[in-house]
Ligand binder design. Structure first.
Ligand SMILES: [Zn+2]
Length: 435
């Protein structure tokens, strides 16, 4: 058994913080340590106690004075959009048609898909993200590249071959049968291999015919434990066009409900402009609305009413994500900075404890994977991020006046990026030096 002792300031959440003074919601050790054995956390707590549990001569890694948290989790990304990020467009549909769809056509080539997959995982790890849920392109070759690279790096990843059979260039279209067959093939090849999770991935209702939605429904019935990921109510023009395509549905959310696609493992990207009826439907289904703040601002899509959705009588489950490449940063820290600003514009407060909860345990709960990732609980996988709140001269100067943990977290969120990430561990292995 390979053991190592990782020392630093430990922070892990027990539940969602209710306020800045809700110290019961998290555990914090100012001189803490994790004992890692065979990729899992064997013990966590204060250094002296954990050290006493380790074998004599155990390898020790000292990260003091840095913070050690569970690795960040990103619940909505597009792996084939790395070379689309920072494309100048007026809105979602123009951005898709002008830049994104032509770029995704290139993923039919395995060599291109493999090259971009290597860069994709490098960027995740550079930014302290150890798990993500991502869309591949329509081509099985893109899913093969995505999952092969995750397996190589030992990462816990969710992903799926996109299903889309209309309203896109010919090179990006499958058919209901192809979408079904190839998703089944991706499941057979990759689901449960290493730490891979295959998701059923109809891109969104605009790019799937009713026939394809039925195929997605068949997959969801056949594989009820799989994640389902799609997009919902991102932009007003998109909503109008979607409802035209499905006139029998009450609203956009009802389209997915009619095809049995709303469940507890359903991740709905954006979900910005929901009616009360739609929010009730998501709440009752236990589906997750995934907030992508940098993307929503970049594409001018709207202000996600996160706090309103969370405190409804029928609350909606919420997660946070970058939405690369509609999003403008790979960093979950930058993402939460923009999430904070969106809530400010809505007259709401998002405190830094909540932000760090959302990036770790909150997103793990949203993915139904909290028994494996998102905390520093013994028995879970040792996916970690080590953070320095003073990596730049400006942050260092600001740190001089900071006295509390929430203040330090808020600085990290407001000014931090990949420079604040000292190290990223995947299943106990340090990954940053190799990228
Ligand atoms: Zn998206």
């Amino acid at each position: 058994m390979t053991e190592k002792l990782i020392r630093g300031r430990l922070l892990s959440f027990r539940r969602a913080p209710q306020s800045l003074t809700d110290t019961e919601s998290y555990s914090y050790e100012s001189d803490g340590a994790l004992l890692v054995a065979d990729g899992k956390i064997a013990a966590a707590g204060d250094y002296a106690t954990v050290k006493a549990k380790a074998a004599d001569g155990v390898e020790e890694i000292d990260h003091r004075p840095y913070l050690i948290l569970p690795g960040f989790i990103d619940t909505h990304m597009h792996f084939p959009q790395m070379q689309v990020i920072a494309s100048y467009a007026a809105n979602l549909l123009e951005w898709l048609n002008t830049y994104t769809f032509p770029e995704e056509c290139r993923f039919v080539e395995s060599e291109h898909a493999a090259r971009i997959a290597a860069h994709f995982y490098d960027e995740l790890l550079r930014h302290g993200t150890t798990t993500a849920a991502a869309y591949c392109s329509v081509h099985k070759s893109s899913a093969d590249a995505y999952f092969a690279e995750a397996l190589k790096r030992g990462m816990c990843m969710v992903g799926g071959k996109v299903m889309m059979d209309r309203n896109a260039p010919q090179g990006l279209l499958d058919t209901p049968e192809m979408g079904y067959d190839e998703t089944r093939a991706v499941i057979a090849d990759w689901h449960g291999k290493g730490r891979n999770h295959v998701a059923i991935t109809p891109r969104f209702a605009i790019t799937s015919t009713p026939g394809q939605m039925k195929a997605a429904q068949a997959l969801a019935e056949e594989f009820p434990d799989l994640h389902i990921q799609t997009h919902l109510s991102e932009n007003h023009e998109e909503i109008r066009y979607t409802c035209e395509l499905y006139p029998e549905a009450t609203d956009y959310t009802d389209i997915y409900a009619r095809y049995g696609l709303l469940g507890k493992k359903t991740l709905l990207g954006h979900a910005i402009h929901l009616s009360d009826r739609e929010a009730d439907a998501l709440s009752e289904a236990g589906s997750v609305a995934v907030h992508c703040p940098t993307s929503n601002l970049f594409l001018g899509s709207g202000l996600f009413p996160m706090k309103t959705l969370m405190r409804r009588e029928k609350p909606v489950r919420v997660a946070v994500a970058t939405d690369i490449g509609g999003g403008s940063s790979y960093s979950m820290l930058r993402t939460m900075d923009e999430a904070y600003k969106i809530q400010q514009l809505l007259g709401e407060r998002l405190n830094p404890l909540e932000s760090f909860y959302l990036m770790t345990r909150g997103n793990a709960e949203a993915l139904s994977l909290v028994d494996q990732i998102g905390t520093l609980e013994p028995g879970t996988d040792a996916d970690l991020v080590v953070l320095d709140a003073a990596p730049t001269p400006a942050m260092k100067l600001r740190m001089e006046t900071i006295k509390t943990l929430p203040e330090e977290l808020f600085l990290l969120q407001t000014m931090g990026d990949d420079r604040a990430v000292v190290e990223t561990y995947v299943a106990g292995s340090a990954m940053k030096e190799s990228i």
